[in-house]
Design a protein around this ligand. Structure first.
Ligand code: ZN
Length: 87
């Protein structure tokens, strides 16, 4: 019986470690993406009068995945699912 708290703590620890590693992986992914300005520079053809296009499939259907309340977001192509740039 006295081992139950240890098991519970271990369980919480494993969940916490998983969350932290997911968070760090997302941070790395986020930081590896270009900003909008860098994206425009890298893919000048994808800057159109009507907005930004996907560099992979030329779709202009792009949506943002908000990461936190500070306004950080990843912009993702709705058509092919490529993460394009960050804010
Ligand atoms: Zn695309």
């Amino acid at each position: 019986m006295e081992y139950i708290p240890v098991i519970v703590l271990l369980f919480i620890g494993v969940i916490a470690a998983k969350n932290i590693s997911d968070y760090l992986a997302l941070q790395r992914h986020y930081n590896a993406l270009p900003t909008l300005d860098e994206y425009r520079e890298e893919f000048p053809d994808c800057q159109t009068p009507r907005g930004i296009r996907c560099c992979e499939c030329n779709s202009s259907s792009i949506w943002q995945r908000k990461l936190n309340r500070a306004g950080r977001a990843i912009f993702e192509c709705r058509h092919c699912g490529t993460d394009l740039y960050r804010r």
